[in-house]
Design a protein around this ligand. Structure first.
Ligand code: ZN
Ligand code: ZN
Length: 125
């Protein structure tokens, strides 16, 4: 019998227990991830940064756009990933060249952000 879990688990159309990155590669303006199931994910920096799951970025995203705001220095600098560090077995911390490093991306989340041809236009299902 299933014992109630403290956290509700999201379900995905694949099991992250079986699918792990086999190769991470920085390309111009994007990260490529080779997965153990043979899929190659394309993750443009811009998408990753916009999808940053840290509290600060989420808060920022919820604020209404201020037409009078000034650009922050990190918006003026070109987006660049400087580090990608594993956190536990199922997540990566992305450190950006502007010093932002509070975003922890779970593998299933990274995979869901994939911008490759087969993931993006008309997702199955
Ligand atoms: Zn963030
Ligand atoms: Zn894909």
């Amino acid at each position: 019998m299933a014992v109630g879990r403290a956290k509700r688990l999201r379900t995905f159309d694949f099991s992250m227990n079986d699918i792990l990155p086999t190769k991470l590669q920085k390309d111009s303006g994007l990260i490529r991830i080779q997965w153990s199931d043979g899929h190659e994910s394309v993750l443009p920096y811009k998408n990753l940064r916009n999808a940053c799951p840290c509290a600060g970025c989420k808060e920022e995203a919820q604020k209404p756009l201020n037409p009078f705001r000034i650009l922050k220095t990190n918006e003026l600098a070109p987006l660049e990933v400087s580090r990608l560090d594993p956190v536990g077995r199922y997540a990566y911390r992305i450190t950006w060249a502007d010093g932002h490093d509070t975003g922890i991306f779970r593998l299933d989340y990274l995979r869901s952000l994939c911008q490759c041809g087969s993931c993006q236009p008309g997702k199955p299902g």
